[in-house]
Design a protein around this ligand. Structure first.
Ligand code: NAD
Length: 505
């Protein structure tokens, strides 16, 4: 594999024409010289070339991560020093905030307001884990007899971290921060469509003092490079965020070597508006809940249930506001809804809308690809509201991953809960009511990892994020994530004064 001589991480440029793999603390070309075109979904233009990892590169990355873990340099670094390095990563990110945001917008097509929030959260994730790792510890347990038992948390080892294209920087931070906090080594495989900010984050980790080989970044094809990592015997854990079908497949493959697995998968999250809700807040929050990040969000509240008494009024106002959403230049702060990631995803969204029309649904607004002046080469879809649907339709059952919401009526609390839970997924959910008792009752009965009550926000550093049912398992973004990157060792010692002789011989 060709090393690139100018590799130096004192200060890596954020925006450039070419991005390398990061393996063992070096910038690397792909073993066969192949590249990925990183595009701007808003325009369709190629913005940079990226080295495309092969299986050979994946093998190098695994060996680098293995060696970095086994030599103990990072995992034996005292906790306060590891914490300082995580804070330094955050500090460097802060100092490059605007560059990182711009790069994220250019490579993902998302609106700058969404990207700003996500890059800021990525920074705060490192700060959160810089503190959380200090609080992460084992336990001392009561045991009968003259035995002392305590537990220690040890890093699980080499982690393959496979991430999707919808939140490129935030997902990289959600994965890297807790893993390196506890002393693991990681190989991050970003989605081929959006590798740029993850690569820069890898460089920042090195600049901040993370030892070579602890953080490796290798964008490449999932079925090839991703699969190779999942099956590799030297990889101890797989942390995957992506679609449910790939997650299922990957779990089967990881079982061959009994890897630790966490899966953050798809969703079809319900959003319930009761008749006693603050209507304006519910409308604004529901709008954000589906159209934020152009609906390309795992916890997008894409099934909207509205009490029958307020249904007509709610729908009129919701549609009116949907029509006011501004699509356009993602770098413009006034833009609400950015581009769709690529032509393939645009076709998927369009096909779902067409299937709804064929099934007899009503399109209340939107319903087709959008043409944006000055951005004609990009991939755009009109924010779409669909009514007159039922739970047999694909558009209600399946994750669309675009700016499309279906609206249905319910008559009482019981029916709302039944409809909300009538899904194979269980990631996000939201409810709007002024009745505190109802909020608690409904929250208790919803089968989802996250319940948003009178608010549209699902993730802050420190709040557990993850799914029930086919939305996966394991929680990210919180203290318990550290447990998922560690093994618990139980130490039992005898402190009696007489020797033990269990056989009595
Ligand atoms: P995807 O499943 O197609 O790909 C995700 C990642 O897996 C990519 O890096 C891809 O290259 C890789 N991959 C693909 N095939 C693989 C294989 N056989 N072995 C190993 N790796 C493989 O998902 P996507 O289209 O990139 O992202 C959208 C999906 O991600 C949606 O379903 C969304 O709900 C989900 N998502 C979930 C969360 C969450 O926290 N639950 C967050 C963001 C996105």
């Amino acid at each position: 594999m060709a090393k690139v001589q100018e590799a130096a991480f004192e200060k890596a440029e954020t925006k450039r024409d070419y991005y390398h793999l990061i393996i063992n603390g070096e910038r690397m070309e792909s073993s066969n010289g192949s590249t990925i075109d990183a595009c701007n979904p808003a325009t369709g233009e190629i913005i940079a070339k990226v080295a495309k990892a092969t299986k050979e590169d994946a093998e190098k990355a695994v060996q680098a991560a293995r060696q970095a873990f086994d030599n103990g340099k990072w995992k034996k670094t005292p906790i306060n020093k590891r914490s300082r390095v995580l804070n330094k990563i955050a500090a460097i990110m802060r100092s490059r905030f605007n560059e990182l945001v711009e790069l994220e917008v250019l490579n993902s097509g998302k609106s700058i307001s969404a990207a700003e929030g996500q890059v800021m959260q990525a920074i705060e994730d490192f700060e959160f884990y810089a503190g959380a790792l200090v609080a992460h510890r084992g336990s001392v347990n009561n045991v009968p007899g003259q035995f002392h038992n305590y537990t220690e948390k040890e890093p699980v080892g080499v982690c393959a971290q496979i991430i999707p294209w919808n939140y490129p920087m935030m997902m990289a931070a959600w994965k890297i921060a807790p893993a390196i906090a506890v002393g693991c080594s990681v190989i991050v495989k970003p989605a081929s469509l959006t590798p740029l900010t993850a690569i820069v984050l890898g460089e920042i980790c090195l600049e901040a003092g993370v030892p070579s080989g602890v953080v490796n970044i290798i964008p490449g094809p999932g079925a090839d490079v991703g699969n190779y990592l999942v099956e590799h015997p030297d990889v101890n854990k797989v942390a995957f965020t992506g679609s449910t079908p790939i997650g299922r497949d990957l779990m089967g493959k990881a079982s061959q070597t009994l890897k630790r697995v966490t899966l953050e998968l798809g969703g079809k999250s319900p959003n319930i508006v009761f008749d006693d809700a603050d209507l304006e807040a519910a409308i604004d929050g529901s709008l954000y809940g589906i159209f934020y990040n152009t609906g390309q969000s795992c916890e997008a509240r894409s099934r909207l249930y509205v009490h029958e008494d307020i249904y007509d009024d709610f729908v009129d106002k919701f549609v009116e506001k949907t029509k006011k959403l501004k699509l356009g230049n993602p770098l413009d702060k006034e833009t609400h809804v950015g581009a769709i990631i690529d032509q393939g995803q645009l076709d998927v969204i369009n096909n779902y809308v067409q299937s709804a029309i064929a099934d007899g649904a009503d399109i209340l607004t939107g319903g087709k690809p959008a043409v944006i002046e000055g951005f004609e080469g990009g991939y755009w879809f009109e924010p779409t509201v669909i009514a007159n649907v039922n739970h047999d339709m694909d558009v209600v059952k399946e994750e669309i991953f675009g700016p499309v919401v279906v609206i249905m009526k319910f008559k009482d609390e019981k029916e709302a809960i039944k409809l909300a839970n009538d899904t194979e997924f269980g990631l996000g959910s939201a409810l709007w009511t002024k009745d505190g008792g109802r909020a608690t009752r409904v929250a208790n009965q919803i089968e989802a990892g996250i319940v948003m009550v009178n608010c549209p926000f699902s993730a802050f550093p420190g709040t557990p994020f993850g799914g029930y049912k086919q939305s996966g398992f394991g929680r990210e973004l919180c203290i318990e994530t550290l447990d998922l990157y560690t093994e618990t060792k139980s130490i039992i010692s005898f402190y009696g004064s007489r020797p033990l002789n269990p056989f009595g011989i």
